[in-house]
Ligand binder design. Structure first.
Ligand code: ACO
Length: 210
């Protein structure tokens, strides 16, 4: 077993509802696929291109089992911390720490999405806070990195609220919709955690432990 996996995080109460994080399940297929198909316009401008597959195919019911199996395998091998966000009992999005490296680096990237109908309720901020605390606690990491398009104001706001630092601009970093898009790189290391990311949100009245 790898440190910090499998895990369930939360619950935490935010303006949008009560959220919990748990490992993805095969039976998330229906809710995952319908949310992603409905939200193409909300998600596609920020996600890497996948050549040879259109949005509907890439997010179909049948696309979930192989994605779920990949996430499960990466989790079991200590290479990722993949979470499904559940809000008031319903799938609301995902948060994943990926490309985990151990040894002298102890680092990974963090990425997330939330269904458009559930945004602006503090869900992503609380979900990322739970994963930040877990990454530096039970999972034993030292650094988390997030790369975000400069145009993605909601995502930058999430990271700013949590205290991620802007480290630089990666030019022509990622292929998004066939164009090499610049990305800001933000990071957070264990030394910056203080009493914890969740504790900080609670103190500011942005989340509550039920
Ligand atoms: N301009 C400026 N700020 C905005 C805008 C906007 N157009 N829209 C929302 N915001 C603010 C909100 O007001 C809120 O800030 P506040 O708390 O100070 O009012 C903040 O952005 C959003 O905070 P949350 O409510 O915690 O986040 P939410 O649950 O709405 O999810 C997310 C944010 C994940 C970015 C969601 O919009 C989404 O899924 N977007 C599409 C996919 C995406 O961009 N994922 C991130 C890719 S980058 C990465 O993964 C590192």
């Amino acid at each position: 077993r790898h440190p910090g996996w499998p895990a369930r995080l939360g619950p935490l109460v935010v303006a949008g509802g009560t959220l919990e994080l748990r490992p993805p399940r095969l039976r998330d297929a229906g809710a995952w696929s319908s949310a992603r198909q409905r939200d193409r316009a909300h998600l596609e401008p920020w996600e890497p291109s996948s050549y040879g597959q259109g949005w509907d195919e890439r997010n179909s019911l049948l696309a979930w089992p192989p994605q779920w199996a990949t996430l499960r395998s990466l989790g079991r091998r200590g290479l990722a911390l993949p979470f499904t966000i559940v809000l008031d009992g319903r799938l609301a999005g995902q948060v994943t720490v990926g490309n985990i490296q151990r040894g002298a680096l102890r680092s990974g990237w963090i990425g997330y999405w939330v269904s458009s109908e559930l945004t602006r309720g503090g869900v992503a901020t609380a979900a990322v806070a739970l994963v930040v605390d877990h990454s530096f606690g039970p999972a034993g990491l030292h650094r988390l990195e997030a790369t975000v398009r400069p145009e993605n104001e909601p995502s930058l706001r999430v990271l700013d609220k949590l205290g991620f630092r802007r480290e630089g601009l990666y030019e022509r970093y990622l292929d998004v919709g066939g164009i090499w898009r610049d990305h800001l790189s933000l990071a957070f290391t264990e030394e910056e955690l203080g009493a914890g990311a969740v504790a900080r949100l609670v103190r500011r009245g942005l989340a509550r432990i039920p």
